[in-house]
Ligand binder design. Structure first.
Ligand code: HEM
Ligand code: HEM
Length: 224
């Protein structure tokens, strides 16, 4: 095991979770940007394709949260309200940051983002601007349901932009105020911890890939 200033180098995020995160970040920016352009041609394709890929990614991430590596599992980072509150109190103290993986507050925000993204992408499938741009399943439901889902899609899209901006702000604030770099582990996969820290168990990349192919095929066959 590598030693960094007496600390142990610990693998905290598997490659699949890291690829998921950065792909999601890029696709979300494309979805949000194209949402406010005239949605025909390039921007319509961009909005639809980025959104459906987000749907596949998030559906995959939910399964990976059940069968994936320790730090990716919901059971590892969804904590009781009491633990979230304790963590909040500790955040404002000068105690060192020792969490390996998502902290209780981060875990809650991850779950919230995943649920909102899933709902947003699914509603998009049934949305329509009533003229030239429609989700691939908008004709499968009544006009009034499609119109309701479109309104919710427009509202939730704006809320999500705020939630994601807050997510990035909080990550940056950890760096500035607590001197904790959360970004580098999400890039390299590694963090450092006390020598006594047990390394989380990682699941193989091929399992993540296999799951991704199954989820991707299922979503594409259901949507197109
Ligand atoms: C450049 C901008 C971004 C930065 C610097 C960033 C940074 C991070 C970091 C450091 C984490 C790990 C937090 C931890 O240690 O607990 C994380 C997790 C996460 N971020 Fe971001 N993020 C960015 C953009 C986004 C965007 C645009 C989205 C959503 C659309 C997003 C969604 C998520 C999710 C869902 C997780 C949980 C990852 C997982 O467990 O699979 N992030 N982000
Ligand atoms: C998570 C990914 C997505 C985000 C963040 C997102 C965001 C948005 C936002 C903010 C709007 C409103 C734009 C405005 O008011 O002018 C919008 C409109 C729309 N989106 Fe999405 N969207 C996503 C996924 C999808 C998907 C997968 C589809 C299906 C192809 C889709 C189809 C539509 C349609 C048809 C509209 C037009 C509604 C209208 O403006 O009348 N979206 N989207």
């Amino acid at each position: 095991m590598n030693e960094v200033n007496g600390d142990k180098k610990i693998k905290v995020w598997d490659i699949a979770t890291r690829l998921f995160h950065w792909a999601l970040a890029v696709l979300f920016c494309l979805s949000a940007y194209s949402a406010f352009q005239d949605k025909f041609g390039l921007y319509a394709d961009m909005h639809r394709n980025a959104g459906v890929t987000i749907l596949i990614l998030v559906a995959w991430r939910i399964l990976w949260g059940i069968v994936g590596s320790d730090t990716a599992r919901f059971s590892h980072f969804i904590k009781s309200p009491r633990a979230v509150f304790q963590h909040l109190k500790q955040s404002f103290s000068s105690l060192p940051y020792k969490t390996i993986g998502h902290n209780p507050l981060g875990g809650l925000s991850v779950a919230l983002m995943l649920v909102l993204l899933l709902a947003q992408a699914i509603m998009g499938l049934f949305a329509s601007d009533g003229m030239i741009f429609s989700g691939p399943l908008s004709r499968e439901v009544s006009g009034s349901l499609s119109s309701d889902l479109t309104n919710w899609h427009e509202l939730l899209g704006r809320i999500l932009i705020g939630v994601v901006a807050f997510h990035v702000l909080v990550v940056l604030m950890y760096g500035v105020f607590k001197r904790v770099n959360l970004i580098w582990p999400m890039i390299s996969g590694n963090t450092s911890g006390e020598p006594s820290t047990l390394a989380p168990r990682m699941k193989p990349g091929w399992l993540a890939l296999l799951l991704f192919i199954v989820v991707g095929a299922t979503v594409c066959l259901s949507v197109f």
